[in-house]
Design a protein around this ligand. Structure first.
Ligand SMILES: Nc1ncnc2c1ncn2[C@@H]1O[C@H](COP(=O)(O)OP(=O)(O)OP(=O)(O)O)[C@@H](O)[C@H]1O
Length: 247
């Protein structure tokens, strides 16, 4: 059987802030078609790590390959073009625009890459995305007037509008109600049918329900990696979480 190239591969990836190694010599593989979660205590380096993957930050050393291509120094907007979408930890919707216009922006960006933007195609694509996240009824609401949960969903919609190969979700369920979390779990499963999902998540129920594979970070390094049951049984992981809740 031919060797499968991981969708993301990092080698010795390092990023410092002053003297602090927020990401320290990380070798990481992300298999295509999976839902992969990154967990770890506060300050472990998770957001810094995915910021390096999306291009929001550049590493001090090490390499990042996307589908075999070296993207280590590629600007963030080019990474979007090759298929990496990143939804931020903090809600980043445009509050004064309608839900429709918020989604139309990334759809337009994708359509422009293929040539001109046909208004009919734009309209259809926006509603396809809004339907996927169950927000078509809110198309004409001002984004700023939505509930927090709906703003987070809109943010996922904006990521989906780019039709990414890799969707990076940074703490997507933070601030959501239990009911909204259940809906979100279903949505991520649906998204994962045609995209690889990398999920940073503190809610262990969400991680255990969704992840095919889990990477545990601590102090900028990978502490453990495995299936949800392997991670649950890992003594070093239990230790890192002591005081921070059960895995
Ligand atoms: N821009 C920055 N300047 C200085 N230090 C930073 C910066 N960004 C992150 N850090 C530090 O790097 C370390 C890793 O932070 P990071 O946000 O990546 O962790 P995290 O695992 O995502 O944490 P959390 O779960 O709390 O979001 C922390 O000690 C943090 O204070």
């Amino acid at each position: 059987m031919a060797a499968v190239i991981p969708l993301i591969q990092t080698r010795a990836l390092t990023r410092q802030f002053g003297g602090l190694k927020a990401v320290d010599n990380v070798d990481f593989n992300l298999e295509s078609g999976k839902i992969h979660a990154i967990i770890g205590p506060n300050g472990a380096g998770k957001t810094t790590f995915v910021s390096l993957l999306s291009g929001r930050l550049l590493p001090d050393s090490g390499t990042i390959l996307f589908d075999g291509q070296d993207i280590t120094t590629m600007p963030a907007h080019k990474r979007v073009q090759v298929g990496i979408a990143y939804t931020f930890q903090i809600t980043s919707v445009f509050a004064n625009l309608s839900v429709y216009d918020n989604v139309a922006l990334p759809v337009q960006r994708r359509l422009l890459q293929r040539g001109r933007v046909d208004p009919g195609a734009l309209h259809q694509s926006v509603f396809e995305v809004l339907d996927r996240v169950g927000m078509a009824d809110h198309a004409h609401s001002k984004a700023g007037s939505l509930s927090y949960g709906h703003q987070r969903l809109l943010e996922v919609a904006m990521g989906l509008a780019l039709q990414p190969r890799l969707l990076i979700l940074d703490e997507p369920t933070q601030g959501l109600s239990d009911g909204e979390i259940d809906t979100f779990i279903e949505l991520v499963r649906e998204i994962a049918r045609d995209a690889t999902v990398l999920l940073i998540e503190h809610n262990m129920q969400v991680v255990m329900a969704l992840a095919d594979r889990i990477t545990v970070m601590n102090n900028g390094k990978i502490l453990a990696e495995g299936t949800p049951s392997e991670i649950r049984a890992n003594a070093a992981v239990q230790e890192a979480y002591l005081g921070g809740g059960d895995v």
